[in-house]
Design a protein around this ligand. Structure first.
Ligand code: ADP
Ligand code: MG
Ligand code: MG
Length: 339
């Protein structure tokens, strides 16, 4: 019954009254590299559910692999892919030009304009394709909301705040006067980028002296939330995993610990109160995420939300604690294809 009707005119997504001779095996898609460990893990779980997986490489255009949309019909490597009714979205191309390292410095390509234009076109193709798939009722984990490489922490904080969830007092600004006033009021302040890509730091007296540096772009300034770092993995309505991240030394940002980057972090299962679980579900829904990696700082009765990640790294937790995150993703995608 994992077969679906092979007739292109058959609108039914599920099996049409049982296996059909000549029917094609069910398959799911992954937007992500076939070599990515999380893509591999989800594909393995999909296989256990009877589905094949096609990976759509984020670097397909860069590698010159053939992709087409013909009158709205998707083709990948020359084959039609419109039979695929469910996708896990791990990664698509970024809409900005990558940097390269030369003599120990990060530089743009010499023909940066060509690269820049290629990059935008590639990203636009993927985002428009995902919007089309969502419009056609295809199951996407996650959908176009998450397809942008932009991160929307300020919006997520708004959503959480409006639900009544606790978030740190926050200023997002490039205005030194506003930042000084915020610091005078809140006192214990950290700062971090909106898009990520840097470790969170304390706004100390030395940093306060360099505030003229921030006028060119906004920065997140936030009341420091004490306690341990929790990571919640939510798939659909289900909290598949909730752990405290334990690193030997105390750091403001756990990723600053070299043990963490060497894969040596350990995790402890944590049980979330019902009200906090509800905030997770409702915030993910409002942010358009069916799969989310949610960061919380926890101490005593305080559960302070930091962000929701749309394509979180999770395999380390899965392997160390046996939390079935890949299986939950695969299940959701495969069930989605059955209509
Ligand atoms: P990223 O997208 O870079 O993961 P986060 O908002 O999750 O951004 O911040 C990274 C880490 O920095 C958090 O997991 C936490 O350890 C620390 N951190 C961020 N904001 C705060 C805060 N307001 N108070 C205390 N620690 C914070
Ligand atoms: Mg985070
Ligand atoms: Mg993040």
């Amino acid at each position: 019954s994992l077969l679906r009707c092979s007739s292109s005119r058959c609108a039914r997504r599920g099996p049409c009254g049982g296996p059909i001779p000549g029917g094609v095996a069910l398959r799911i898609g992954i937007f992500g590299a076939a070599e990515d460990v999380q893509c591999k893990a989800v594909a393995r779980e999909a296989a256990a559910l009877g589905a094949d997986t096609l990976c759509i490489e984020p670097e397909a255009f860069e590698r010159g692999l053939p992709l087409s949309l013909l009158d709205g019909q998707g083709f990948y490597l020359g084959e039609p892919v419109d039979d695929i009714r469910g996708f896990y979205l791990r990664a698509i191309p970024a809409p900005y030009a990558p940097t390269v390292e030369r003599d120990g410095e990060l530089v743009l390509y010499e023909d940066w304009f060509t690269t820049f234009m290629h990059t935008r076109e590639r990203a636009s193709y993927f985002v428009a394709w995902l919007l089309q798939l969502a419009h056609q009722g295809v199951t996407l984990v996650n959908g176009p909301h998450a397809a942008s490489v932009m991160q929307y922490k300020p919006f997520q904080l708004h959503v959480l705040r409006s639900l009544g969830a606790r978030v740190p007092r926050t200023l997002i600004s490039n205005d030194p006067a506003a930042i000084r006033a915020f610091h005078a009021r809140v006192k214990d302040v950290i700062y971090k980028p909106i898009m990520g890509g840097a470790i969170t730091r304390v706004l100390d007296s030395e940093a306060l002296e360099r505030l003229e540096d921030v006028t060119a772009s906004p920065v997140i300034f936030q009341e420091r939330a004490p306690g341990e770092d929790l990571r919640i993995m939510l798939v659909g309505e289900e909290i598949v995993s909730c752990v405290a991240i334990e690193t030997p030394a105390q750091h403001l940002d756990f990723r600053a610990d070299p043990i963490y980057s060497r894969g040596g972090a350990s995790y402890r299962e944590v049980r979330l109160p019902e009200s906090i679980q509800r905030f997770c579900r409702e915030a993910a829904r409002a942010c358009g995420l069916t799969f989310a990696g949610i960061d919380i700082k926890h101490q005593g009765d305080a559960w302070v939300f930091l962000e929701l990640n749309s394509s979180p790294i999770y395999l380390d937790v899965e392997l160390k604690l046996g939390h079935p995150i890949s299986r939950a993703i695969a299940q959701r995608v495969v069930e989605g294809t059955r209509g």
